[in-house]
Design a protein around this ligand. Structure first.
Ligand code: FVH
Length: 293
């Protein structure tokens, strides 16, 4: 069926994210069929016009495209293995968080059953779904993505990353690692100032301003990473390794655990020991690459 503003869609998984996805589809006028392992989670969606399927097979049969968003890939396979025959000839969009390897394996499983497969990574929290600010990364079958692009646009800004089904999940997890790094730094910073009773709300505007200033430097750092030229810099690794010791010592003295910030200190020390002290901090990434598992 050609994609239109009102193509029917089925949504499997009605956790916080699945409910938001189904809600966004209903908002755009898509006939939406929903199913969840545990009954009773579709009440509000049903009141808004969703059809509640009695089984996963019934949900899959109701639409040319099924979106699944459950806890993990084990739950995906547990749910979809028994309905693979019903999925044949239809499109499966899997927005469950997982690894690139899991995405590629699932793409292989889908191909084996004649299912068009698109994997995805949601860079948004449930209240953002349906808005342009919700970035959703997709990879896998280009034909299927293009066929359903308008429908997927109901969920957020759809960005297609290529035929490799694992690519969306690689980007998703990489972006999450950047987010967790930021959270870790923020938590540690607030713990330090909190050790002297500074309210987090008072200190946080400074954190935001400082991080924004540092974020502005990321494109230049990316250029250094791509070119491999880590020479031109005013803040070399040796200087940063020396001042990092103060960060660790002060944290301990303030009664703050250093568990979130130790790894960067260790990497700086390793870089100095490897003779990289004169280079820019972007050179640290060279030390992170290990062979693929
Ligand atoms: N919520 C968020 O902020 C993030 C944003 C980015 C994307 N993630 C990923 O989305 C997936 C679903 O997350 P969620 O927030 O909907 O999670 P829950 O509210 O905990 O709901 C989990 C649903 O998964 C179903 N489920 C769990 N195990 C199974 C299974 N073995 N078979 C079938 N379904 C299963 C569960 O069903 P039930 O417990 O109600 O029966 C919920 O529908 C996830 O990958 C996030 O990383 C969300």
């Amino acid at each position: 069926m050609a994609d239109s503003d009102r193509s029917p869609v089925s949504v499997i998984g009605l956790g916080a994210m699945g409910r938001a996805l189904a809600g966004a589809l209903l908002d755009r006028g898509h006939p939406t069929t929903v199913w969840n392992r545990t009954a009773g989670r579709a009440g509000e969606l049903a009141a808004r016009g969703a059809t509640v399927a009695a089984t996963a097979a019934e949900a899959v049969a109701a639409s040319p495209v099924t979106v699944i968003c459950v806890l993990d890939y084990e739950a995906v396979r547990e749910t979809l293995d028994p309905v693979a025959g019903t999925l044949t000839g239809r499109t499966l969009v899997n927005l469950t968080n997982g690894t690139p390897e899991q995405a590629r394996t699932t793409a292989g499983w889908a191909a084996g059953h004649g299912v068009d497969y698109v994997d995805g990574g949601i860079m948004a929290v449930p209240p953002m779904i349906g808005q342009d600010g919700a970035l959703i990364l997709y990879s896998g079958s280009q034909e299927a993505f293009t066929a359903h692009e308008r429908t997927l646009g109901a969920l957020g800004t759809a960005t297609y990353l290529g035929e490799d089904a694992g690519r969306a999940s690689l980007y998703d997890l990489a972006l999450l690692s950047a987010m967790y790094g930021m959270f870790g730094g923020f938590f540690h910073a607030v713990a330090m100032t909190g050790s002297e009773k500074v309210p987090a709300a008072e200190f946080t505007p400074l954190v935001v301003a400082w991080l924004n200033a540092m974020i502005a430097g990321l494109p230049a750092m990316a250029a250094a990473l791509d070119s491999g030229d880590h020479s031109a810099d005013d803040s070399n690794v040796e200087m940063q390794a020396a001042s990092y010791v103060n960060l660790l010592d002060a944290s301990r003295a303030q009664g703050v655990s250093t568990e979130l910030v130790e790894p960067m200190g260790a990497l700086l020390r390793r870089a100095v020991a490897a003779g990289r002290g004169a280079g820019a901090v972007s050179s640290l990434i060279d030390l992170l690459h290990t062979d693929h598992a």
